[in-house]
Design a binder for this molecule. Sequence first.
Ligand SMILES: [Zn+2]
Length: 66
Amino acid sequence: MGDLANCPRCIANFIAGTAAVCSQCRSKEEQGFQKVYAFMRKKHEWLQRKKFKLLREFLKDKLGNS
Ligand SMILES: [Zn+2]
């Protein structure tokens, strides 16, 4: 497979060629990504709800005035 290399993050030995960083750092990165992804999805849902609410209020306003 690959040669032993030092992880640029934690300087631990790992097999080079499988990834740029060792498996520990890689799983940490994946966890971080999952957190960011969950946060973005939550924020997106919140924005969609807010947009929908604004639109509903806008329509109610329009209908109420006409
Ligand atoms: Zn590492």
